[in-house]
Design a protein around this ligand. Sequence first.
Ligand code: FES
Length: 106
Amino acid sequence: MPKITYIEFNGRKHIVDAAPGLSVMECAKQNGVPGIDADCGGGCSCGTCHVYVDPPWQARVGGRNAIEDATIEFASGVEANSRLSCQIKLTDDLDGLVVRLPESQR
Ligand code: FES
């Protein structure tokens, strides 16, 4: 079962066990991690599930798909390592993943 670390903008960490097959967004919601609103429920149309993938994990997580790339424009503070967490599916390969939450989602 992959372990995921979410780090709020204020530095508070949430380390949770994730069931493979969930998205990073779904895992956050199931575990009460604050700062991921996910207004569209994972439909890749709201941009309120924005996270920064910790640089050492970027290659393994991969880049944004085309729809995600268009939707993330609704988010603020977008960086090269920004992803919409509803679009990152958790696998055992992502055990130890670290994502940070943007200031706008405090
Ligand atoms: Fe809406 Fe991810 S939950 S874009």
